[in-house]
Design a protein around this ligand. Structure first.
Ligand SMILES: [Zn+2]
Length: 107
């Protein structure tokens, strides 16, 4: 199971990947964070994130079951291939839709 601190994957401004090879991973984690935090808020629902695993048989693209397991941890599991993980460290990022303390202020 993946356990990822998103902040270790981000650049200094915490709005993009720390390195080009992390771009896809960061984009996927961002999707999970926006999706999970949106569900906890009154923002419009997002489409269900899909799996980015690529077994030998080809891309999985299974729907992910996403659960917020604490106020700073999101757990996901793929309904198709069972890939699962936890991402944390995103609470202070502006991708956290639920976080209204930031008030649109950019750092
Ligand atoms: Zn999958």
């Amino acid at each position: 199971m993946w356990v990822i601190d998103i902040k270790l994957c981000l650049n200094e401004s915490q709005n993009g990947p720390a390195a080009p090879e992390l771009a896809n991973k960061v984009e996927k984690l961002k999707e999970l964070i926006v999706y999970a935090s949106t569900r906890e808020s009154f923002a419009p629902a997002q489409s269900i994130p899909t799996c980015d695993q690529e077994p030998e048989s080809g891309p999985c693209n299974g729907h992910l079951n996403v659960h917020m397991i604490s106020d700073d941890e999101i757990y996901w599991v793929c309904a198709l291939c069972g890939d699962e993980g936890v991402v944390y460290g995103w609470k202070d990022l502006f991708w956290n839709i639920k976080n209204d303390d930031l008030g649109g202020e950019m750092h």
